[in-house]
Design a protein around this ligand. Structure first.
Ligand code: FAD
Length: 389
């Protein structure tokens, strides 16, 4: 006679359908689970292709989700790492080839791999209940509906409702600086910017200012020359009052910690141009000035001491937000998902034991990245050297 575990598949509820949720859902399905994603947004998420350094764990998730990583272009290769001085002279240039991709490319590829049938939009989680005896977990949504499963994955990002419900004391904190960001079609790069930046991974530092940039895939993930975008990220110190003002959009609405393209108030648009003229070497000054719709993200820190409670777990930004200097927040979400599938495949009959095995390494990875990113960011922005004592 077949046991229940042989006839019935385990079911996972994944809360959040961005990269962390899509990685986890694809990997859980690969491990033999039935998986449904519940995403707050009612439409496709879109970042218009903000850049992400392509890391090995993301490629590994792609492969394990059945994506042909050999024959499709996953990003754009940069050649040199060039560091400019504020006056525009080159401080260093090293041949360090690296692949940069976009948030959109990863999102659309992962979403296509998962399919639409079990991806549910317009579903905002409001409550989680666990039945310890039966090891079942129930999610309640804003529309009053409920879903139950054997596991609930909180992939609901830095403001995670799952975390707020189960670990209310763990909250992100503002790191004291923000990232201004922008995308410029490569064929619209001003001549000085094109000559200095095109094809490389470029950087420039100044007092309280750190900027970097590289090419990323363009509209519809187009990696062909002439169709790509130049992506720049400029870190600047801002106190909490300035941050609040920057994050207040053209309609006077507060956007919290992330201001999308097309919503930056004109006074901050002008401020950005003035600062660019004062602080940036000419190639970066010109690319920032040529950007039609700059956007902004506050840099925040988050660490947790636990990622599992019963049958509920946290992945991606819901658990740890490493500073972007690590170029690792997306790959950390991928690593969480890969390890989760491995643990559940290794111990298919004991989910609790699998989670117990999964958690310590994920906590260690999150803490390591947090520490590395904090040291890098505080040094770059505030000149603080890490205390190695
Ligand atoms: C639109 C967008 C654009 C981004 N662009 C970039 C980029 O260009 N470069 C970069 O490095 N990083 C970007 N990121 C961040 C990057 O995706 C994350 O750092 C990393 O991939 C881990 O993401 P995550 O899935 O854990 O969290 P997030 O990407 O924050 O996703 C969390 C998801 O959970 C959903 N959610 C939140 N609360 C609820 C709830 N109560 N119920 C249901 N769903 C909920 C959100 O709508 C969101 O889709 C972007 C994120 C988003 C959402």
């Amino acid at each position: 006679m077949e046991s229940a575990s042989q006839t019935e598949k385990n079911r996972a509820l994944v809360i959040g359908g961005s990269l962390g949720g899509l990685f986890a859902a694809n990997m859980l399905r690969k491990a033999g689970w039935d998986v449904d994603i519940y995403e707050r947004s009612g439409h496709d998420l879109d970042s218009r292709g903000g850049g992400i350094v392509l890391q090995p764990d993301v490629v590994k998730v792609f492969r394990q989700a059945g994506i042909d990583t050999v024959h499709i272009d996953l990003g754009i290769k940069s050649r040199d790492r060039t560091v400019f001085r504020p006056d525009g002279t080159v401080q260093s240039k090293q041949f360090v080839p690296q692949t940069q991709t976009s948030w959109s490319l990863i999102y659309t590829t992962m979403k296509q791999a998962f399919g639409e049938a079990h991806y549910h939009g317009n579903k905002t989680l409001v409550d989680v209940q666990q039945d310890d005896a039966n090891r079942r977990v129930t999610a309640r949504f804003e529309d009053g509906s409920e879903e139950s499963g054997d596991l609930l994955v909180g992939a609901d990002g830095n403001g995670s409702t799952v975390r707020q419900l189960l670990w209310p004391d763990d909250k992100p904190t503002y790191a004291g600086y923000l990232a201004w960001r922008g995308l410029v079609p490569e064929n619209e790069m001003p001549p000085v910017a094109r000559a200095g930046l095109h094809g490389d991974f470029a950087f420039a530092n100044n007092r309280g200012s750190h900027i970097l940039g590289y090419l990323v895939p363009g509209e519809n993930n187009d990696t062909r020359e002439g169709h790509r975008l130049y992506n720049w990220v400029w870190y600047r110190i801002a106190d909490e009052d300035q941050l609040r003002s920057i994050m207040t959009d053209t309609n006077g609405r507060s956007r919290g910690f992330s201001l999308p393209e097309g919503t930056l108030a004109s006074r901050w648009r002008q401020h950005l141009k003035d600062d660019a003229a004062q602080l940036l070497p000419p190639p970066f000054r010109d690319i920032v000035t040529a950007t039609k719709e700059p956007f902004a993200q506050a840099i925040r820190d988050l660490t947790v001491d636990r990622m599992v409670k019963g049958r509920v777990l946290l992945v991606g930004d819901a658990a740890f937000i490493p500073r972007p200097h690590t170029a690792a927040s997306t790959s950390k979400a991928a690593a969480n998902a890969l390890a989760l599938a491995d643990a559940l495949e290794e111990i298919p009959d004991d989910v609790d034991l699998a989670l117990e095995r999964w958690e310590p390494e994920q906590l260690a990875l999150g803490k390591f990245l947090h520490e590395r990113g904090t040291h890098a960011g505080d040094h770059l922005m505030f000149g603080i050297r890490p205390n190695r004592a």
